[in-house]
Design a protein around this ligand. Structure first.
Ligand code: DON
Length: 577
């Protein structure tokens, strides 16, 4: 079995990419797409080469895509601590080779003691940082329950078999590559206040200095937690030692989560959101994610427009996509929330007739204005979530997105467990029409209530053509997740791109509020920017964060096998048996 992270980038291109340790941190898409991996025997694409190899090894040993996705998920908690997790949440979209489709929602929930205004001060203003950088930011985690449920229902291997590689990686450690060493170093200032985090993610033998490339990161507490899960199943996490340590950490820092919260957590099986786009079936995540609903809604609006003849990156194509995004994200703020608590008008939102009516005022030559309500800001902090795409040779497919919310979540390890805790509570609307870390605004539908799930943008998606899986995709990136996923689908279906081009090509993002268009470097030519601006688009801004928008590790069926493509904006890899 070999991991494939070959990045054939023209020398010309590397001049404007930051090359490190075989990693392309491109700042924006590369002009010449790296080559995708190819295999007839299945494929795993994730943000971590070690985790992709774990998944590929499971496939090589006869496991199915579900076994591989679960094993990769547990491995990511060890090898990609920025977003891989035990104490976070995620969504998994599954399509079995027999055509069965289902999703597993293991999103975090608000603790029982949570209240609607818990992030507001006495004057009713949001207290900065309380929903992102405090013990109050932590939601009751769902990942372990979800992964174990999925394995039990659709996997073929035992819990022990799929968790063993993660335990090994945690206990024996693994040498840090430059990407992870740099990433951890950048987190240390925020981790200083949490000794349990510093004990793991800095070099305590060297006075808490950053780990260096080549140092071996061992996570013995995490190995022990994983062992408990391996032996006892969900009780190894939601009850007993792990739960007691988790609750003790909360008590110490003024958090709300109790052992009762943990024992009561349950992941939920939900029917996927589905739609049709130019003879392709779209299968994606329903609420409490907004991803699938917005994706289908936007594709419905775009269906009547000939993007292919407009051409990739043309002002016309970008304009029509922005206008679809503006309308869909405006609906998100008003209607979307946890369907177990609020009535989400799903059928209406994904109805092609609704899209037609919603887009009736579309003017091909003039931009519309986002509503005046609310004012967002772009994330100041590098966010993190991570997406895994898996397909096996029988055609079973899994799209899995998982997160701690922002990079390394609340940056806080629950002492004794080795686990970083999420700060997912920030995805609730702390106050109506007040932007969260992604500049997203929400209202009553996404207000905080005990046991409620916070609204998400995660969009794990499977595209089916003629009864067979064509594409498995999704991305991190907070509010940009949905538009990244949309662009990959449009790149493949409308622009006929290869997987590597579809994933690598520059991205453009609009989310209604703030009324601004973000584009990756060289994502829009100067004359396209000029045309869009003449049509009335506001806030055309080049994306500054060096890694670009999204991280869409994807797989696609191609000529008798499967292509696998790790997003060249980051250091992931596609691996196969
Ligand atoms: O669920 C959501 O929409 C966010 N918590 C996702 C966070 C994310 O994508 C961060 N990644 N880059």
């Amino acid at each position: 079995m070999k991991a494939v992270a070959r990045l054939h980038v023209a020398i010309r291109v590397s001049m404007f990419c930051v090359m490190s340790a075989g990693v392309v941190l491109s700042g924006s898409a590369v002009a010449v797409a790296p080559e995708a991996a190819f295999s007839e025997d299945g494929m795993v694409a994730s943000r971590s080469a070690l985790a992709s190899e774990v998944g590929a090894d499971i496939l090589a040993r006869g496991g199915n895509a579900i076994d591989a996705a679960v094993a990769t998920g547990f491995a990511l908690a060890v090898t990609y601590p920025s977003a891989g997790n035990l104490a976070g949440g995620g969504f998994m979209v599954i399509r079995l080779a027999d055509g069965t489709t289902i999703t597993n929602d293991h999103r975090e929930v608000a603790p029982l003691a949570a209240t609607r205004d818990m992030y507001l001060d006495a004057s009713g203003d949001v207290v900065p940082g309380r929903s992102t950088s405090s013990h109050l930011a932590v939601g009751v985690p769902g990942t372990v329950d979800g992964l174990l449920d999925v394995l039990e229902r659709y996997g073929t291997m035992s819990r022990r078999e799929v968790i063993a590689p993660a335990i090994r990686l945690a206990r024996n450690g693994f040498p840090l590559d430059l990407d992870l060493a740099r990433d951890l170093a950048a987190q240390l200032p925020a981790m200083q206040q949490y000794p349990a985090s510093m004990a793991i993610f800095s070099n305590s033998r060297k006075d808490g200095q950053p780990w260096q490339r080549g140092d071996v990161l061992r996570q013995t507490d995490l190995a022990r937690t994983l062992e408990l899960i391996s032996r006892k199943g969900r009780d190894g996490f939601y009850r007993g030692r792990t739960a007691a340590l988790f609750a003790a950490e909360m008590k110490r820092g003024g958090g709300l989560i109790t052992e009762e919260d943990l024992a009561g957590y349950e992941s939920v099986w939900r029917e996927p959101v589905t739609g049709t786009y130019r003879d392709h079936q779209i299968i994606s995540m329903p609420p409490p994610s907004s991803g699938g609903v917005l994706l289908v809604q936007m594709l419905n609006m775009l269906g009547a427009h000939d993007l292919r003849s407009m051409g990739y990156g043309s002002a016309d194509a970008v304009h029509v996509m922005i206008e679809a995004e503006r309308r869909a994200y405006a609906d998100r703020a008003e209607y979307l929330g946890d369907p177990d608590f609020v009535k989400v008008p799903m059928a209406q939102l994904i109805d092609p007739a609704y899209a037609k009516q919603r887009f009736a005022d579309f003017n091909p030559l003039k931009s519309s204005r986002s509503s005046e309500i609310g004012a967002g800001s772009w994330p100041a902090e590098s966010p993190d979530t991570t997406h895994v795409s898996v397909i096996d040779k029988a055609g079973n497919a899994v799209a899995y997105t998982t997160t701690l919310n922002l990079s390394y979540g609340a940056k806080m390890v629950a002492e004794g467990t080795g686990m970083l805790l999420n700060n997912e509570m920030d995805d609730f609307s702390s106050k109506p029409d007040t932007p969260n870390a992604y500049g997203l605004i929400g209202r009553a539908a996404n207000a905080i209530e005990p046991r409620k799930r916070m609204l998400s943008s995660m969009t794990p998606t499977i595209v089916v053509k003629d009864g067979k899986v064509l594409l498995v995709t999704g991305s991190p990136g907070g509010s940009t997740i949905i538009t990244t996923t949309l662009q990959i689908i449009v790149n493949v279906i409308d622009h006929g791109m290869t997987l590597s081009d579809a994933v690598s090509s520059p991205r453009v993002h609009h989310q209604w509020q703030p009324d601004a268009v973000l584009y990756e470097r060289r994502g829009l030519s100067p004359d396209t920017v000029k045309i869009l601006s003449e049509r009335g688009h506001q806030g055309l801004t080049e994306w500054k964060w060096e890694r670009g928008i999204g991280d869409a590790n994807s797989v696609m069926a191609v000529g008798g096998g499967f292509a696998g493509m790790a997003d060249p904006r980051n250091a992931g890899s596609a691996a196969h048996p």
